[in-house]
Design a protein around this ligand. Structure first.
Ligand code: OFO
Length: 170
């Protein structure tokens, strides 16, 4: 049985995950406006991942017999100076999300809520990947600069990304 505080925080996290998707869709639109279709594809796929993260929390609450609440989303940033700035902000955003997941885990430990601790382990691992993927692209962008052949190669590489929902066991 989940504590009311945990139910409230998970509902808040559903909103946070959907907001991440919102932000990444805005970043995708900026990349498209710069004719960087591969970068845009990366963020479109990232938005699908964030929706998956939100829905995983949603189904967990339903399974636990708790009420799901869907909240409104804030307006995401829309003006960016460069694709490098986009990835800097995306990396910082993922670090913030890692903090939110860690807060949830801290509460689950305080509550001696073992089921939620086990459930949250998936997100703890996922956040390591989320931060690493944003940071790795950011570092590559810093290496190749914002123009030229390197940028186009990176764009074509990111154009190949597609969304594969994790299997049930994950
Ligand atoms: Fe849901 O991991 Fe990104 O924000």
């Amino acid at each position: 049985m989940l504590s009311q505080k945990m139910i409230d925080k998970i509902n808040e996290q559903i909103k946070n995950e959907l907001y991440s998707g919102h932000l990444y869709l805005s970043m995708a639109a900026y990349c498209s406006s710069q004719d960087l279709d591969g970068f845009a594809n990366f963020f479109v796929v990232q938005e699908q991942e964030e929706r998956y993260h939100a829905m995983k929390f949603y189904h967990y609450l339903v399974e636990q017999g708790a009420d799901v609440k869907i909240y409104g989303l804030d307006q995401p940033k829309q003006d960016f100076k460069s694709v490098e700035e986009v990835f800097q902000l995306a990396y910082e955003h993922e670090q913030k999300v890692t903090g939110l997941i860690n807060d949830l885990m801290e509460l689950a430990v305080q509550d001696k809520d073992y089921a939620t601790q086990s459930f949250l382990n998936w997100y703890i691992d996922e956040q390591v990947e989320e931060e690493a993927s944003m940071q790795s692209i950011l570092k590559k962008l810093q290496m190749v600069g914002v123009k030229g052949h390197g940028l186009l190669m990176l764009d074509s590489q990111l154009g190949a990304r597609s969304f594969t929902p994790p299997s049930k066991e994950e």
